[in-house]
Ligand binder design. Structure first.
Ligand code: FE2
Ligand code: FE2
Length: 482
């Protein structure tokens, strides 16, 4: 049986003769893999098998979404590549993201979403592989890639800042803070590309110390208990302590990680620094961090409009935030919102209906609201509760990656088996593929029709020839029509 393996150190494989160079392996999160022909061999660890990784699939063979799903179902979180391939692996990821960044056939907002998702996976690698330097290097490299993208297409780069998020995963927050810190550093110190890259890196890593804090505490509505608060207050120093073991991390990044909750009036944490004791780069991070925390929706409230968030931040300027830095950030955000008001308006990015509206007319399987993380995809880390249902609905493709019998605009039957604020799971006889876009039309008895634009994020073929798919609701205005 395959087991999940969390490597804390690189594995070393002595050769049979003992004279060959030692082969070293680096774990790579399954989340990092998309469908591709492998350019390097993948290795795996089996329970009861050799204590070191063995060959899973040779270079040149395909790795598909089905493979990934199968491994996830077996509890595998990591595959391994040889350490000397990791630089090439990172380069491929950066090249793939750069192709996405330049893909004019996709709307800028859609390109930004794909890039943000990939960056969130990189950060997840850092968070689940403590002590590994390779994922940290990948984050530093994406910082430098951001700099080149900003030079290449400032407008498209600006779209990487998400100002109307309906989730607050720690990793997506860290991505957004990384982008925001880069944008703000560029505004404050134009032409200083090194500082730009460092600001991105620091933002991407700033909440690393939150690893291990339960999501129920991070997303808790209302006052934390003393014990919970003590746990939260430790995260800046915890992140600093971990990253400072890595000699490649710049001091400015460490300052951002440790001091992003310090305040000019000395009432911040963890050390109560004040005035010039807080470096400008950490003050910069504090502004962007708080801005993102307020704009993003939480399970207990919706997203806040960025201009409203700026008004809230200005109430704390001087005491909570550096007034000059906040002014520059305000001008930057106002400019972005003026250029494209829709991307900043939570009302234009409606959250799916609350599960309560559905509960009133039926969960026919008599199952209670499911807060455990879903049914078909038990390994998901879902933020919102899913509710088990059995309701028929209609699907309608907006964009297809492959050609099917059912084309764009034609309706097909789906059975919705669970439903939440963020998405749903369906079963359908109609083939579909990851990244397809569709409209799902629900018609609850006695209630108005509900239409949601959704992206296929997982697909699995059932034994009966049907398809199970996980859908993630997306904003209509980000949908790409082929
Ligand atoms: Fe933080
Ligand atoms: Fe944060």
């Amino acid at each position: 049986m395959v087991v999940a393996y969390r490597a804390r150190r690189m594995s070393r494989v002595p050769s049979p003769s003992g004279e060959q160079p030692i082969r070293r392996f680096v774990p790579v999160s399954l989340a990092s893999f998309d469908e591709r022909v492998l350019e390097m061999s993948l290795y795996i660890r089996y329970e009861g098998g050799p204590s070191l990784p063995t060959l899973y699939r040779d270079a040149g063979l395909p790795f598909t979404e089905d493979d990934r799903v199968r491994l996830v179902e077996q509890g595998v979180k990591f595959l391994y590549i040889e350490a000397h391939h990791h630089a090439a692996f990172r380069r491929q990821m950066n090249e793939r993201l750069t192709r996405t960044f330049r893909d004019e056939s996709l709307a800028a907002a859609e390109r930004a979403r794909i890039i943000r998702d990939s960056c969130a996976k990189m950060i997840e690698d850092v968070m689940v592989l403590p002590g590994e330097s390779a994922p940290v290097v990948a984050v530093a490299e994406i910082g430098r890639t951001f700099v080149s993208w900003a030079h290449e297409n400032e407008h498209a780069f600006g779209y990487l800042l998400d100002m109307s998020r309906h989730d607050f995963y720690t990793t997506t927050h860290m991505v957004n803070v990384g982008v925001g810190c880069g944008l703000l550093a560029r505004e404050l110190f134009p032409g200083d590309d090194d500082l730009f890259a460092v600001a991105v890196q620091g933002g991407l890593l700033h909440d690393l110390g939150k690893r291990g804090i339960p999501v129920e505490i991070l997303n808790k509505e209302g006052r934390l208990t003393d014990i919970e608060w003590a746990q939260v207050r430790r995260h800046p120093q915890a992140g600093y302590d971990e990253l400072s073991k890595n000699a490649s991390i710049p001091q400015a990044v460490l300052a951002m990680v440790r001091d992003h909750h310090e305040r000019p009036d000395g009432k911040g944490y963890p050390h109560g620094l004040s005035g010039s004791g807080v470096t400008p780069i950490a003050r910069l991070c504090a502004v962007v961090d708080t801005f993102d925390a307020i704009t993003a929706a939480r399970p207990y409230r919706g997203a806040t409009h960025p201009l409203e968030t700026l008004r809230m931040l200005r109430d704390g300027q001087g005491a909570h935030f550096d007034a000059d830095i906040l002014n520059v950030w305000s001008s930057l955000v106002e400019r972005l919102v003026k250029h494209d008001p829709s991307r900043a308006d939570p009302g234009s990015n409606p959250a799916p209906p609350a599960p309560l509206a559905l509960r009133s007319w039926r969960p026919p399987c008599d199952a209670p609201a499911d807060d455990r993380g879903g049914t078909l995809w038990g390994h998901d880390k879902r933020q919102f509760a899913r509710h088990l249902v059995q309701m028929t609905a209609k699907g309608e493709f907006i964009h297809q990656g492959k050609t099917y019998d059912v084309g764009i605009g034609e309706r097909f039957n789906v059975l919705v088996v669970d439903f939440g604020r963020g998405g749903c799971q369906i079963v359908t006889p109609t083939p579909l593929a990851r990244d397809d876009l569709m409209t799902v039309v629900f018609t609850p008895p006695g209630q108005p029709e509900i239409r949601r634009t959704a992206r296929v994020v997982r697909v699995r073929k059932g034994r009966d020839g049907g398809w199970s798919a996980g859908l993630c609701f997306v904003a209509d205005h980000t949908a790409k029509v082929a």
